[in-house]
Design a protein around this ligand. Structure first.
Ligand code: HMH
Length: 220
């Protein structure tokens, strides 16, 4: 691929599904200020469950980096992600209180269960670091791209949803996603074809799961 690396090539090739994941009606309605607050609360309680499952997944990526990467800076980027998940879990609890959402009484819905099962499959030691870091990047990038849309000039995001949008839509989260993308690109550049195929498949699976996750939040 050209200067943008493999990921840029895939973003172009899979533009349609990527847009369905990053410009979902849930996000567009948040941006337009027409979002149904019961959808937002459902997203909040379900994403709390997801993030708790995401921690061991990120830890598994860290372990793969330690085993398979020659570049020590990979581990630092992944560790910073893991550290911010600690803060994120506290934030979810605080946010749930604000909305009167009872997190302890929540069980994962089907789309969430399916997504978490997919994460678990990537935690296997049979899955290469290249595939896992690509999936990790994609998971973070979808949220970054989605929520940054709600911060753009001209958006009408309700004030009480701004903190959520800033958490994932901020420039600093964008920088972090960019670092993950560079790591993934570096790995993909050196990967044999069969790993490239698996990484592309994992990228597409992430997009499908993200779309289903938004659908679930909207009660679809
Ligand atoms: C469903 N995808 C989902 N939840 C998240 N919190 C992220 C991505 C980003 O961490």
């Amino acid at each position: 691929a050209s200067g943008g690396g493999m990921i840029m090539a895939w973003l172009n090739k899979h533009h349609t599904i990527y847009s369905r994941a990053t410009r979902h009606p849930f996000i567009l309605s948040t941006r337009d200020g027409t979002v149904d607050l019961s959808s937002f609360k459902r997203w909040l309680e379900q994403d709390y469950i997801f993030v708790r499952e995401f921690v061991p997944f990120v830890a598994s990526v860290l372990l793969k980096a330690w085993r398979e990467s020659e570049d020590g800076s990979d581990m630092e980027v992944i560790l910073s992600g893991l550290a911010s998940l600690n803060d994120e879990i506290s934030w979810f609890k605080k946010e749930a209180l604000k909305w009167g959402v009872l997190l302890s009484g929540t069980s994962p819905q089907k789309a969430n269960q399916d997504y978490c099962r997919f994460l678990e499959s990537l935690m296997s030691s049979e899955i290469s670091y290249t595939v896992a870091i690509t999936a990790f990047w994609a998971i973070e990038a979808v949220y970054q791209e989605s929520f940054s849309l709600c911060l753009k000039h001209g958006s009408r995001t309700p004030a009480e949803l701004m903190e959520t949008c800033q958490r994932w839509g901020s420039d600093s989260f964008g920088q972090y996603c960019h670092s993950l993308q560079m790591i993934a690109n570096k790995r993909l550049e050196k990967a044999p074809d069969y790993i490239l195929g698996k990484a592309e498949e994992a990228f597409l699976s992430v997009l499908e799961h993200e779309i289903e996750f938004w659908n679930m939040s909207n009660g679809i």
